[in-house]
Design a binder for this molecule. Structure first.
Ligand code: ACO
Length: 325
């Protein structure tokens, strides 16, 4: 069997931290409301000179170092973002040049908060198809730049950042399927019917503006819990693992209540959910690899652990990926 094996992870965060109390000085909100409804205590906000590409470059550099590789070893860069530096060239192209990954072809994928799952699935498929041996997969966002800072129902929820993983395709004897590291299965879904519940009200082909994020939070919440539980069940039944076999779930960090509700629906102990929404808030495509990097570096996720990644976002898009670290 062949598997895309995780060799290293990395994070890139802006220098500036904005607390709930800081926000309460600008809009009518409170630390209590935000913590109670979302679990968020602070978020990182990009400042001058910090962009999706610079954060992605930081995360990518650290992931390549952690993998014990050099930029020349990377064959493909897949970068998930909904907040690219420019409409084109792709943010991945800028990162390719900033990192000096001269051998790598590079492109962006757009699936909003599920973007990292889509990027990971795409990179895994490319490696299996022989279109490179090592991939750098990045989720990177600067949602602060598309928020309506006068809309308290959305602006308190999001933050900026980037996370990255390096994958390498390796071969294992067939009888090691149960223990071999790497990505075991990925499932992705889209339902374009609900594109008016979470969207940006601008774009190059419509308004010729960047636009602002708009969301019907309550309805998104309802769909998120149902869709996430469905896709997690789908991956488990396809791979033959039980919820109790999973060592760690690394979920998209939208909201602590979505995480808890999903864990409950699947019968997973909440202690096995990696939670970083308190420090990062919702960083869209960056949230899964950022949370993974935190739990990998602090020793919670260990080599050999069975880890489920999951996310849901605008589109709607959602997905899950099961891997052995
Ligand atoms: N501070 C204080 N009060 C607020 C704030 C705020 N920041 N925002 C809203 N309120 C008020 C509302 O105005 C409302 O007041 P009212 O009752 O007088 O009208 C009250 O709080 C309740 O508002 P609701 O929107 O009903 O609150 P709810 O409990 O649904 O929580 C939230 C809102 C946190 C957005 C929730 O719906 C949610 O988490 N939804 C999921 C959305 C999400 O995470 N999206 C991310 C992208 S998709 C994804 O990643 C899954």
């Amino acid at each position: 069997i062949r598997r895309s094996v995780l060799l290293g992870t990395g994070s890139g965060l802006p220098a500036r931290v904005v607390t709930n109390a800081d926000l309460a000085t600008q809009i009518e909100t409170s630390d209590d409301w935000i913590v109670d409804r979302t679990g968020i205590r602070q978020r990182y906000i990009a400042g001058e000179g910090e962009t999706t590409a610079t954060l992605a470059t930081d995360a990518g550099r650290k992931a390549i170092e952690a993998a014990g590789l050099t930029p020349d070893d990377i064959d493909v860069i897949v970068l998930a973002t909904a907040t690219p530096d420019q409409t084109f060239p792709s943010t991945a192209s800028k990162v390719q040049s900033a990192l000096g990954c001269k051998q790598a072809y590079a492109f962006d994928v757009a699936a909003v908060c599920s973007g990292f799952l889509y990027a990971l699935g795409t990179a895994d498929a490319l490696l299996h198809r022989g279109m490179g041996k090592r991939a750098l997969v990045i989720g990177a966002e600067t949602f602060s730049r598309i928020l309506d800072w006068e809309d308290r129902t959305t602006c308190v929820l999001f933050g900026d950042g980037a996370g990255a993983m390096v994958l390498e395709l390796r071969e294992f004897p067939a009888d090691q399927a149960d223990t071999a590291p790497g990505i075991i299965a990925t499932k992705l879904h889209t339902d374009g019917e609900h594109n008016c519940l979470l969207y940006v009200d601008g774009g190059p082909s419509t308004t010729q503006t960047v636009g602002k994020l708009r969301m019907k939070g309550r309805e998104v919440f309802r769909h998120a819990v149902v869709n996430l539980a469905d896709v997690l069940t789908e991956v488990l039944s396809e791979t033959g693992y039980a919820a109790t076999d999973i060592d760690w779930v690394v979920p998209h960090q939208a909201n602590a209540r979505i995480l808890d509700a999903t864990a409950k629906k699947l019968g997973l102990p909440v202690e096995r959910m990696v939670k970083t929404v308190d420090i990062h808030a919702n960083t869209s495509a960056a949230s899964v690899p950022l949370a993974f990097d935190v739990a990998f570096r602090d020793g919670r996720i260990k080599s050999g652990d069975l880890v489920m990644l999951e996310a849901m976002g605008g589109g709607f898009t959602w997905g899950a990926s099961l891997l052995r670290a």
